[in-house]
Design a binder for this molecule. Structure first.
Ligand SMILES: *[C@@H]1O[C@H](CO)[C@@H](O)[C@H](O)[C@H]1NC(C)=O
Ligand SMILES: *[C@@H]1O[C@H](CO)[C@@H](O)[C@H](O)[C@H]1NC(C)=O
Length: 329
């Protein structure tokens, strides 16, 4: 019995190893393009894949980001300047990548570039605030994907799209949640369409991590900008103390939820690029696995009550409704 037990545990672990851990051969001949490598997840995954031996093409928005990355990586890693909201810039990156990969095609595309601000109450937003985020996180991601798909088909390669738990549960107004829901559905459609060509599509859904996206100084500065632009009537609805309360709550939730171990996210990206059987969805971080994703399956009223606890309520409310009633009378 003992023997059978040991034998079956052993063979199960071999099966597990093959399914989960067995990496693809010839990594050192494969090219991966990553967007948004200036900082955060993109920067770390570029360095990790470089260590693994891939040909990494790291697309950076800024020259400074590119230089700092090059200083810490092997000579095999190449950087290229890319602004995903600019079609000419995407075309130039494509030319560069096409030359690099030659007839082998591209193995991996990691669509990581993204921005979060403006984030805030929905009625603080103007259309331009939505465009700014959607253009990078969603439209830019779609354009980059379409451009590079032919190179990925050649190699039966892989697309890894960075979404968010906020693409599963929307809270906080602005373009961020919309863009991430869009990334989820674009990736689902894409996966179903390109499976026939042997191209795999994975979605990574990080919870809250310490990166530029959750940088509280940037978020606060932008909230002040939104507040200053508001018409007096909207400021009255919220009351004079609301901005401070809202910023305090943001600061508290970023400090409570943000995990500084961003390698939890890049491990998912590595699995999606290197495992024999990549997954469709990866959720990264304890808050994602045990709070946000479960909450996203809860009835809307439960999620509403939970999320309401995380936000201050406007002071001006009472006054606004009283004066409205008076007008009605
Ligand atoms: C990116 O491209 C857009 C569209 O051309 C432009 O408005 C924006 O300023 C560019 N961003 C940077 C950082 O160069
Ligand atoms: C990866 O692609 C293969 C071939 O098209 C397909 O059978 C498999 O289901 C895909 N896996 C994922 C996670 O998309």
């Amino acid at each position: 019995h003992m023997f059978i037990y040991i034998f079956s545990v052993h063979s199960l672990s071999i099966v597990y190893w093959h399914v989960e851990r067995h990496s693809l051969p010839h990594i050192e001949e494969k090219h991966v393009l990553i967007t948004g490598c200036d900082s955060g997840f993109g920067n770390l995954i570029a360095r990790q894949l470089d260590k693994r031996g891939f040909y990494v093409i790291a697309a950076c928005l800024t020259e400074k980001g590119a230089q700092e990355l090059k200083a810490t990586t092997s000579a095999k890693l190449k950087t290229v300047s890319l602004n995903v909201t600019d079609s000419d810039s995407i075309a130039q990156t494509f030319e560069f990548v096409e030359k690099e990969v030659g007839s082998k095609g591209l193995w991996g595309l990691v669509n990581n570039a993204g921005r979060a601000t403006p984030i805030g109450p929905t009625d603080w937003m103007q259309m331009d605030d939505f465009h700014k985020v959607l253009n990078v996180n969603l439209i830019g991601l779609i354009e980059v994907t379409l451009k590079f798909l032919p190179l990925l088909k050649i190699n039966k390669g892989r697309v890894v799209n960075v979404a968010s738990v906020m693409g599963r549960l929307a809270f906080g107004g602005g373009g961020y949640c919309l863009s991430k829901w869009g990334v989820e559905s674009f990736s689902d459609s894409l996966r179903r369409d390109v499976q026939f060509f042997g191209v795999n599509v994975s979605i990574v859904e990080p919870g809250f991590f310490k990166t530029g996206v959750t940088n509280i100084e940037i978020i606060e500065k932008d909230l002040k900008r939104l507040w200053d632009k508001l018409p007096p009537s909207v400021k009255d609805d919220y009351g004079p103390k609301y901005l401070d309360k809202y910023m305090k709550v943001q600061r508290l939730s970023m400090n409570t939820f943000c995990d500084s171990d961003i390698s939890k996210v890049t491990k998912c990206m590595e699995h999606a690029l290197m495992a024999r059987f990549p997954r469709t969805r990866y959720s990264a971080g304890w808050d994602a696995k045990f709070f946000w994703i479960p909450l996203s399956y809860a009835p809307a009223f439960v999620a509403d009550v939970m999320l309401r606890l995380l936000l201050p309520s406007p002071d001006g409310n009472k006054k606004a409704s009283v004066s409205r009633n008076q007008v009605d009378v």
